[in-house]
Design a protein around this ligand. Sequence first.
Ligand code: UDP
Length: 332
Amino acid sequence: MAAIRSLITGGAGFIGCHLAEQLLREGQEVYALDNLSTGSIDNIEHLKGRKGFHYVIDSLENEHLLAEMIDRSDVVYHLAAAVGVKLIVESPVNTIETNVHGTELVLKHANKKRKKVIIASTSEVYGKSTRVPFREDHDLVLGPTSKGRWSYACSKAIDEFLAIAYWHEKRLPVVVVRLFNTVGPRQTGRYGMVIPSFVKQAVQGTPITVYGDGKQSRCFTYVGDVVKALVALSDHPGAVGEVFNIGGGREITINDLALLVKEKARSSSEIVHVPYDQAYEKGFEDMPRRVPDISKINHLLGWRPTIDVEQIVEKVIEFQRAGTRLEEAAAV
Ligand code: UDP
């Protein structure tokens, strides 16, 4: 049987590059498309030259190219997006346009060629909901349009609506996944993500910056677990037309996370609290708790996360230390 061919938009991004590895491990042919806006060529350096791996550095907006790459593929994983709360607060126009227009183009061309699409959405869509744990059929509770952060959730909710509309109206097979705080090696702290940021601070001995009072909590999910769920969902006929939470693990407050990172890195960094207004923008609203209900994906696939937050932190510390060792060696 010929190998399955998968297109990953955002293939040089943090999740995209791990997904590419997983698909190659499973013997698939992988096409990665990325404009390197938030992704990085370093993320796919080790995949270049690997049998079955192909990549193009260009934008989704190059429609001829996108159509051609979709045509060559059996499945499309649409991961290209503007992500990270810092990025969203700083560049709301780019976030909205990238997330809405990119998905529009992918669905339009996938529909022309009748190719299955996996759409990456986010736990942000639950917004300020306090109905924890979040289930896929719960209401989404978003803040006012005057607060930039909500543009991300809203843009992703539109992506979800559009994908599901393609399924209902045109019978295009789509699967929507809501990813919860996915973390692991190669994630950058540049766009505000907390674990790579804390690890960097702890390793460098600079203050660990906890935003707000630190009592807000998250469930962190290892990227290796997440990409396995994506591949399994793409393969399962029962997933088509459905929305799935992907996440889980132990709920941990950001204060406890800071202590955990400090301890695991054997760091002498002090832990400081920074008001939200200073960290993001005036009037910034955070979610107090973000916990997924994963019974839907668990019932369908038996999937649940296998790597806990302590192991995740250890892996990220090891990754960053290895990067520093390489830089030091190069400088000699
Ligand atoms: N956070 C923090 N310090 C940082 C970066 C983030 O305290 O340097 C907090 C952030 O305010 C949020 C949590 O950590 O409450 C998770 O942030 P992240 O941006 O990783 O993901 P989010 O859950 O906000 O999408």
